[in-house]
Ligand binder design. Structure first.
Ligand code: GDP
Ligand code: IMO
Ligand code: MG
Length: 430
């Protein structure tokens, strides 16, 4: 013990990669438990920038055992591309463990992701096109292929046949694409088997043993609360459990092993892809946040939609995840504003909502009710203690803390590793 879960509290890209890296030297294992290479985490170490998609951000910390757990969907080609890129930069990746129960993203999942989006037209989700949804659909539909299957050619062939059977009808008859053959998929997947073999194991056993031995295990979510398949803004969500509960089912440790849950929250809000976003800005203030915050996707390069901080979402994330701590990131981006609006509640067709309306129509109609806080002009990127912050920035943090109902335990004031203000220890037992 302890087991620490780290989740995104908004619509992703809150700075989870940096927060994980911050804890890197103090944890023994970093576990990715959901999603796949739809994630994009940026970690900046000594002016060197790393972009990680499928690998847990903890892979950059020397000595840490990175784990891709059973809840993840793995595009094996991407896995090796990312590993090779890190090896070329001198990163030791030899400790990586991959769960045999993790599902595989096959080439046809990527194809189906793209054609489905095109077919949806204006109802599209704006997915990353990485095959995430179709791979999880196969998992739930019980026609998925798991890592273990790669090591038994007969089973693998049978599973590919089972998976392609219906899909080829769909691809040819509905989407007007060519059929995918069993042999091409088999060859593609089998070529990775030898290199994968030594990494693939029962990671649930490994993690439970580590916790028994008193090791620190960090469970790092991809995506975020508002993109969670159950608790997000459905249907504009990803296809996995990105909230704290996902850490348990997605890795095979029991809920009693989790000691704390860290929510990473930006000092404003961003979203990539389609779907409702009450505090979204369409004016020069939104453009200011995008430019100053460098809000362009790490995975797809898309410009992120930007808006003010939404305390209703912060409260919701606190509740859904059982947050014990918040890491507030990108406070530096707000420097130079006269007033900083914060959404404290919604007006839904004339009715005030202090808590998240989870009915899709109500959330689509939600208009933010703002409280305006005083801004600050001083450069805060060199602040290393809370007292170094200008009074108005301190008041902004205190106000956010009071509205979210969770203590703010660290404050990001820049992208670099040391550009952070520690407030409370992030690794603690209950
Ligand atoms: P993730 O998906 O949650 O890991 O976040 P991303 O890496 O996609 O996006 C967060 C971006 O913000 C990255 O470019 C980080 O380098 C950057 N970042 C993280 N924390 C801070 C911070 O406190 N201040 C600033 N200015 N940038 C930050
Ligand atoms: P990280 O881990 C932001 C969004 C996509 C799309 C929706 C569904 O970097 O925070 P998918 O390809 O998952 O089926 O797309 O989810 N999305 C993300 N947005 N950050 C992410 O990851 C995201 N992963 C998926 O833009 O709207
Ligand atoms: Mg990201």
């Amino acid at each position: 013990m302890p087991g620490v879960v780290l989740v995104g509290a908004q619509w992703g890209d809150e700075g989870k990669g940096k927060a994980t890296d911050l804890l890197g030297s103090r944890v023994d294992y970093v576990v990715k438990f959901n999603g796949g290479n739809n994630a994009g985490h940026t970690v900046v170490i000594d002016d060197e920038k790393y972009a990680l998609h499928l690998l847990p951000s903890g892979i950059l910390s020397p000595g840490v055992v990175p784990v891709i757990a059973n809840g993840v969907v793995v595009d094996i080609e991407v896995l090796f591309e990312e590993l090779d890129a890190l090896i070329a930069r001198g990163v030791d990746v030899s400790r990586l463990l991959v769960s045999g129960s993790a599902h595989i993203i096959a080439p046809y999942h990527r194809t189906i992701d793209k054609v489905t989006e095109r077919f949806l037209g204006k109802r599209r989700i704006g997915t990353t096109g990485r095959g995430i949804g179709p791979a999880y659909a196969d998992k739930t539909n019980r026609v998925g292929i798991r890592m273990w299957d790669l090591f038994d050619e007969k089973i693998l062939r049978a599973k590919i046949e089972g998976s392609l059977d219906q899909k080829n009808h769909l691809l040819v008859k509905v989407y007007n694409r060519r059929a995918i053959t069993v042999d091409e998929t088999l060859d593609e997947l089998l070529q990775y088997a030898d290199r994968l073999r030594p990494m693939v194991t029962d990671t649930a056993v490994e993690l439970n043993k580590a916790l028994d031995a008193g090791k620190n295990v960090l469970f790092e979510a991809g995506q975020a609360t508002m993109l969670d398949i159950d608790h997000g803004t459905y249907p504009f969500v990803t296809s996995s459990s990105a909230t704290a509960g996902g850490a348990v089912t997605g890795s095979g440790v029991g809920p009693t092993r989790i000691d704390s849950v860290i929510g990473v929250i930006k000092a404003y809000t961003t979203r990539v892809g389609e779907g409702p976003f009450p505090t979204e800005l369409f004016d020069d203030k939104g453009e200011f946040l995008r430019k100053t915050g460098g809000e362009y996707g790490v995975t797809t390069g898309r410009a992120r939609r930007t808006g003010w901080y939404d305390a209703v979402i912060a409260r919701y994330a606190t509740r859904i995840n059982g947050l014990t701590d918040i890491v507030l990131t990108k406070l530096d981006v707000l420097t130079g504003m006269e007033k900083v609006p914060v959404c404290v509640a919604y007006d839904v067709d004339g009715v005030r909502y202090d808590e998240m309306p989870t009915d899709q129509t109500a959330f689509h109609h939600a208009k933010p009710i703002y409280e305006e806080l005083d801004g600050w002009w001083e450069d805060i990127s060199r602040a290393r203690s809370f007292e170094d912050l200008p009074k108005n920035a301190q008041a902004y943090v205190h106000a956010l803390e009071a509205m979210s109902g969770t203590r703010i335990s660290a404050i990001g004031v820049g992208p670099k590793r040391d550009e952070i203000i520690p407030v409370h220890d992030l690794i603690h037992t209950r």
